[in-house]
Write a protein that binds this ligand. Sequence first.
Ligand code: GDP
Ligand code: MG
Length: 200
Amino acid sequence: MDIKKERTLVVIKPDGVQRGLIGEVIRRYERSGLKLVATKMVIPTSDFVEKHYLVDPEWMTKTGNKTIESYRKKGKNPPSEDPIEVTKIVLENLKKYLVAGPVVAMVWQGVGAVGIIRKITGSTEPLTSDVGTIRGDFTIDSYELADSDGRAVRNILHASGTAEEAEKEISLWFSPEEIVDYRLINEAMIYDVDLNGIME
Ligand code: GDP
Ligand code: MG
């Protein structure tokens, strides 16, 4: 595969749309140099949300462990010691969260797209997402508050975790015809070996 064509899926969740952050999110990703190759607004169904999260067979374990570790770091007890049990509750809450209203799905393409989008997005829990990331700058939620209120953490975005996960998620959200193969003038400045054609 051409490494300049790595792709990742981003979904602006209902809170991101309702808080008027569609433009801000696109602005931040777009100025990185990555290329937007697909986008649409949809209202997902509960079944679709489940399919989306379960495309990665490791997701339940990884997410549960991340949550348990975050509770421990704060000296608090997680809702359960079993990562699968923790994530089962998260998944039920995610279904309610993501069907609440329209979301904006996008595919971003370019070298290192998955990692770069995750870096700009910030880590999952707003309480500890770095300042300067989208989640760090625009959200204040925590696992503890969300768990005690029985809802998913409101962190504005979904962004694929790995290139493999991304390809599976993209094929779930977009048909091949919805993904546009085009050249962006900016790419010459990012990738081309010779910067010919700048001077008159
Ligand atoms: P992401 O890849 O950074 O979005 O994180 P995950 O894939 O691990 O989790 C998916 C989504 O579930 C997150 O973006 C949060 O909205 C939500 N979530 C994850 N872990 C927890 C948790 O422990 N408690 C609650 N309430 N929500 C969670
Ligand atoms: Mg994830």
